[in-house]
Design a protein around this ligand. Structure first.
Ligand code: GFB
Length: 310
């Protein structure tokens, strides 16, 4: 990838997009094209076509998507499938029409079957029923993966498809109704510490297991694969180990320095019991994550305090 090549990071303001911009700038890429949602609504095809015709980026990182935690997915499925189908379809087609050299597409570990054998290998996709709480999102993302695969076969379109595990880090969404668990618990324990609350409520039973990858590691993997992988194969991106939600809650309580109790609200969904990724394919290409979970949580907590105060 040439350092002056024009690179479009769709969704540059989000958790993944902002990490990609940090990584690309740190690596000396000087020609980044960034557009806010107000500047460019990716759900409107004519606007996306006009943007690509005007800017003609050489590389595209498609980090724009409607994403959210288990509750948001379970209650806004229509928005999740509509917005993600529109965004990805418009960007991938405009990239093809304007001869983009390579596009990076992001799937997610949550689009594998609910009860896939663990750790999950890339060939598990579409081999069983999906997790009901996020089926609309999963089907949209599976459609995107299928689209880039079909575009490679029909048009020779070059795209790399990553399947990241659960992500966290600076720039995360801390809204308690729509966030993912790690960000939500950081905020909950922080606010309980400030308020002197006696307990923090954790959703579900605390027994599900999740794998967490710091978003700066994901950005590193994304650039690594954009540079070196042209196989067209799905590639899982994870850390190779997971943690039970109740263990995560105790870890975050310790990092935040809260001393109260943890109570579980079993009226909230657990979601899939486990979704640990098999990362053999990525390791064979020579990449592995570097940010340990406790260190990553502590750094994210410091970022949260600096940006959200309190
Ligand atoms: O991170 P999370 O919302 O999404 O939930 P998923 C992970 C686990 O943490 C679930 C529990 O078992 C939740 O019940 N949990 C405990 C909490 N306390 C909380 C809390 O305060 N907030 C949240 N959000 N969870 C998502 C998919 O599944 O994975 C998305 O729905 C996305 O589509 C994402 O792909 C990566 O890991 O269960």
């Amino acid at each position: 990838m040439e350092k002056d090549a024009k690179i479009y990071v769709a969704g540059h303001g989000g958790l993944v997009g902002s990490a990609l911009v940090r990584k690309l700038r740190a690596e000396g890429f000087t020609n980044l094209v960034l557009r806010t949602r107000a500047d460019l609504d990716l759900t409107r095809q004519a606007d996306v076509e006009a943007f690509f015709n005007a800017e003609r980026p050489v590389y595209v990182f498609l980090a724009a998507a409607k994403v959210g935690g288990i509750l948001a997915n379970a209650t806004q499925g229509g928005d999740f499938i509509r917005d993600n189908l529109l965004i990805q379809t418009h960007v991938i087609e405009a990239a093809r029409q304007t001869q983009v050299k390579k596009l990076l597409f992001l799937g997610s570990s949550c689009i594998y079957p609910k009860l896939a054998p663990q750790p999950i290998t890339e060939d598990c996709l579409l081999t069983g029923p999906l997790e009901p709480t996020n089926e609309p999102y999963a089907i949209a993302k599976i459609a995107g993966l299928t689209m880039v695969k079909a575009y490679r076969a029909q048009y020779g379109f070059n795209a790399v498809s990553l399947m990241p595990t659960n992500l966290y880090g600076p720039g995360d969404n801390f809204d308690l109704a729509s966030s993912h668990v790690l960000a939500a618990l950081l905020r909950k324990f922080h606010e309980a510490k400030i308020a002197g609350a006696s307990a923090v409520t954790v959703w579900g039973t605390g027994t599900p297991r999740r794998e967490f990858l710091h978003v700066d590691d994901l950005a590193d993997a994304a650039l690594f694969l954009m540079r070196c992988d042209d196989s067209g194969e799905l590639i899982n991106v994870g850390v190779g180990e997971d943690i039970a939600i109740h263990e995560l809650a105790m870890l975050i309580r310790d990092v935040v320095g809260y001393t109260g109790d943890i109570v579980y609200d079993t009226s909230k969904p657990d979601g899939t019991p486990r979704k640990l990724l098999d990362i053999s394919r990525l390791r064979a290409l020579g990449w592995q994550a570097r940010i340990p979970l406790r260190e990553g949580i502590a750094a994210t907590y410091a970022w949260y305090c600096a940006n959200y105060g309190g």
